[in-house]
Design a protein around this ligand. Structure first.
Ligand SMILES: C[S@@+](CC[C@H](N)C(=O)[O-])C[C@H]1O[C@@H](n2cnc3c(N)ncnc32)[C@H](O)[C@@H]1O
Length: 195
């Protein structure tokens, strides 16, 4: 709660306390596993910043946290604009993690940017792209890198406003023998299995 109080700025951020709590659970589980953490996408970095404080992630020698976002918006881009999108947001987020040398903030479009910067093994992943095609692209690139026992949180899975994501993700997971559990927060949850 101390990290949450310190780093949430808006009513919208304060309203997603339970969602952040679920992300924290997945991150704590990931600390026991081999591999790094991923967030596609981080926007202002608020959730990742809270997680870093809560688990003292900056002190970890064995893990990196990979954060991705476009950080900006123009009408040619398929994602919807958000209030803080700007030319300056990338720099703001980098500065926000300046005390955590093991956090890598990358500007670019998921999934294409993952060909340039991505971990080898993933111990926790949070996908929050608000865009079905981009989320499937992220899963195509990254799900196989998740180690057994790693938690995947799909932020918008159950929300009617993002229905296209659930409709794309259910068959994607079914084809691989997985079912997503929908949480009361609207998040979807998957735990990576062996094999
Ligand atoms: C809801 S926000 C993420 C909030 C963040 N996960 C948090 O909890 O604080 C969604 C973000 O997805 C980003 N986004 C959408 N499509 C993207 C893409 N193809 N590649 C990278 N970022 C994308 C947007 O720029 C936006 O900042």
């Amino acid at each position: 709660m101390a990290a949450f109080e310190k780093h949430t700025q808006t009513d919208i951020e304060k309203a997603v306390l339970w969602r952040i709590s679920v992300v924290l659970w997945g991150a704590r589980n990931g600390l026991k596993l081999d591999g790094d953490f991923v967030e596609c996408a981080c926007y202002k970095g608020t959730t990742a910043r809270i997680i870093c404080d809560a688990i003292k992630f900056g002190d970890r020698q064995d893990k990196r946290y990979y954060l991705y976002d476009l950080f900006d918006h123009d009408p040619t881009m398929p994602h919807h604009t958000m209030p803080e999108h700007s030319k300056e947001l990338f720099r703001y987020v980098k500065d926000r993690f300046s005390d955590c040398g093991n956090v890598t903030v990358t500007q670019g479009s998921v999934p294409q940017v993952l060909a340039t910067v991505a971990p080898e093994k993933i111990a926790f992943m949070h996908i929050d792209l608000n865009n079905a095609a981009a989320e499937i692209g992220a899963l195509d690139c990254l799900f196989e890198k998740m180690v057994p026992g790693a938690v995947l949180v799909l932020d918008d899975y159950g929300w009617l406003g993002y229905r296209a994501q659930k409709l794309a993700e259910d068959p994607w997971f079914a084809a691989r023998g997985y079912f997503v559990v929908e949480l009361p927060t609207g998040q979807g949850l998957v735990i990576k299995q062996k094999g």
